[in-house]
Design a protein around this ligand. Structure first.
Ligand SMILES: Nc1ncnc2c1ncn2[C@@H]1O[C@H](COP(=O)(O)OP(=O)(O)OP(=O)(O)O)[C@@H](O)[C@H]1O
Ligand SMILES: [Mg+2]
Length: 160
């Protein structure tokens, strides 16, 4: 079953990320996909803030992975420019996911076979004006509980 919420400003998307951060634990993987410029990086910025990351978070497009120290390390991937799944070995993709941080992967739907079985899927579509439509789904037991709790927290925050 798919479910989701909408945001109506970049600030609301950052807020949604902050709410997600509270629910994430080391080893969790969140795959972000959808439209170009939909707000994936803004969501990651909110998660970073929620995890206590002090440094600025920008798009890691040119280096594919940036690790930000926080209460839990944040692994911020952006696979947009990646052409072949084999290149994931160059950034130790699988090992990094398992190294005890929280991983957020922009364009995470690009190489679905490389993702762990249990991950949160977030698809963001551009709506009218500043509206962004989020679809959220867990693909396993752990991620489904994260997804459900996040949707609940967003709802309580007035994001629906
Ligand atoms: N509701 C919203 N949520 C997030 N961003 C919004 C929203 N409304 C407008 N924006 C604008 O949309 C853009 C989103 O940029 P952002 O870099 O977060 O997207 P992205 O999905 O990471 O892009 P890319 O596909 O290039 O990685 C920003 O310019 C932001 O100000
Ligand atoms: Mg981005």
């Amino acid at each position: 079953m798919r479910a989701g919420f909408k945001t109506r400003s970049a600030g609301e998307t950052v807020r949604a990320g902050e709410l997600l951060a509270r629910l994430l634990a080391p080893g969790d993987v969140v795959a972000l996909s959808g439209d170009l410029g939909a707000g994936k990086t803004h969501l990651v910025q909110g998660v970073a803030h929620g995890l206590g990351v002090a440094e600025p978070v920008t798009s890691p497009t040119f280096n594919l992975l940036v690790v930000h120290p926080g209460r839990v390390p944040l692994h911020h991937f952006d696979l947009y420019r990646l052409e072949r799944a084999e290149e994931l070995d160059d950034i130790a993709f699988a090992e990094t996911l398992e190294s005890g941080g929280v991983s957020l992967i922009e364009w995470g739907d690009k190489f679905p076979g490389e993702l762990p079985a249990d991950h949160v899927e977030v698809v963001i579509r551009v709506g009218e004006g500043d509206e962004r439509v989020f679809e959220v789904r867990g693909t396993g037991v752990r991620s489904a509980s994260v997804a459900e709790a996040w949707l609940e927290a967003c709802e309580q925050e007035g994001l629906r």
